[in-house]
Write a protein that binds this ligand. Structure first.
Ligand SMILES: Cc1ncc(COP(=O)(O)O)c(C=O)c1O
Length: 424
């Protein structure tokens, strides 16, 4: 692959500061860079000049974005906060606010982290990581209960699964064993609260997982540890580790590059605005490495979607600056928690156990039911046809139930319907 001198400079910067991080990159990742001498950079230089004929937007005679009233009449944002292009790193204010939010919500994060780069949702973050770090022949270590889209996103790499649960909790021993079975480059993807199970690590399990990763790093393995925090914050039990696993991995070992993928998607109830973030940390990370990781990620944004929606970014900025946000989040959280509590209560009666059992869940949007008999898709179809109830069949024996989207007073009926359909 032909590597541009700008990519070579970034590679050198990373290699100088953190050689283990450099080793984790794929060939495409080594070739990635943000074109600092290209159109975007030249445009930035011309920004405040009286005549600016650089970037391909149309301006009115006052220098504001030319707009159509039919588009702008439904927006309270100014055209510059809505229609203009953002840069490929994302709006600086948004990146700064998001880093502040990460630090506030994860008080034990002491290690230096990069400034988050804006992505088009968490999915795009996963895709960026896939491009920068994975190539054919690589494997991604992931629990067997994972978001279905992982298979599509990580097209180059193989998914190397281990059983997610060991009895009532996370299978820390199985995870450790998986790490022991592989040497060299290790890519790990962990998602808590988890889709599809709704499980988050307890404090002891979080320590166990971090410990297993550290042991592997001490054996000389180079590890990319990706935390998919799409559902971050929806923790409903005191026993749960309420910070991101990223906090435990960020300063763990020089051989571990921790990645945090998160977004306003679920955290700010803005699924369709398509704004996520990618943030990195590594023990002893130098400033130079941090900037190089940001440049490579922005280059990957530039190469895929060019830049992320400005309108959405400004909606996020204004929300994050709003005094009322915390109270609004608490209100929605309480609603979701009341549905979670109801699901727990209904299931705790033991009434349904003859036909299905709930896998461990303590957080997030979902729970999973493992059927004792019958085929999950048959049950799903019956639920649709006869019981007016929609759930997801994950495989032949598991149903995924999104309690997050069901009124509390329908939760009992939901499980009674599943029970009845299983009986049929
Ligand atoms: C585990 C997990 N990761 C990532 C995503 C994608 O999030 P986004 O909509 O921000 O791309 C989802 C959404 O369903 C998810 O369940």
């Amino acid at each position: 692959m032909n590597i541009d001198f700008q990519a070579r400079e970034l590679n050198e910067a990373i290699r100088r500061g953190n050689p283990a991080v450099y080793e984790l990159f794929s060939e495409a990742g080594r070739a990635a860079f943000f074109p600092s001498a290209g159109i975007i950079a030249q445009t930035a230089e011309a920004k405040s000049k009286p005549i600016d004929a650089t970037i391909g937007v149309a301006l009115d005679d006052g220098g504001k974005p030319l707009s159509l009233p039919s588009i702008m009449k439904n927006s309270k944002l100014a055209p510059a906060e809505s229609l203009s292009y953002s840069n490929s790193y994302g709006q600086a204010r948004l990146r700064e606010l998001w880093l502040k939010r990460i630090r506030t919500q994860n008080p034990s994060l002491k290690a230096m982290a990069t400034t988050p780069v804006v992505t088009a949702g968490v999915t795009h973050g996963l895709d960026i990581i896939s491009g920068l770090f994975m190539e054919s022949g690589d494997s991604v270590i992931v629990p067997d209960m994972m978001w279905e889209n992982c298979g599509l996103i990580f097209q180059h790499a193989e998914l190397d699964t281990f059983p997610m649960f060991d009895g009532k909790g996370f299978n820390v021993a199985g995870f450790r064993k998986k790490l022991e079975s592989r040497k060299g480059k290790q890519i790990i993807l962990l998602n808590f609260p988890n889709n599809p199970t709704g499980y988050s690590l307890t404090k002891a399990e979080a320590d166990g997982v971090a410990g297993a990763i550290k042991e592997s790093a001490e054996r000389g393995n180079k590890i990319l540890a990706v935390c998919d925090d799409a559902y971050f914050g929806f923790f409903f039990e005191d026993s749960v580790f309420r910070e991101s696993l990223f906090t435990k991995l960020a300063g763990l070992h020089e051989n571990v590059l921790a990645v945090k993928l998160d977004g306003i998607t679920k955290e700010l109830y803005a699924w369709g605005l398509r704004i996520g973030f990618v943030t990195y940390a590594c023990r002893g990370m130098t400033d130079e490495t941090a900037r190089a990781l940001e440049h490579k990620s922005a280059g990957a944004v530039r190469a895929s979607v060019s830049n992320c929606c400005t309108h959405s970014q400004f909606l996020a900025i204004k929300a994050l600056e709003s005094q009322g946000l915390a109270a609004e989040e608490r209100k929605n959280f309480s609603l979701l928690k009341s549905r979670y509590d109801e699901a727990k209560k209904v299931l705790s009666s033991g009434k349904f156990r003859g036909r299905f059992e709930a896998l461990p869940f303590n957080s997030g949007y979902f729970m999973c039911a493992r059927l004792k008999k019958g085929n999950a898709n048959t049950v799903r179809r019956l639920l649709l046809q006869k019981y007016g109830t929609g759930v997801i069949a994950l495989d032949s024996s598991h149903l995924r139930v999104a309690f997050s989207s069901v009124r509390k007073d329908n939760i009992r009926k939901l499980f009674e319907n599943i029970h009845a359909a299983c009986g049929e």
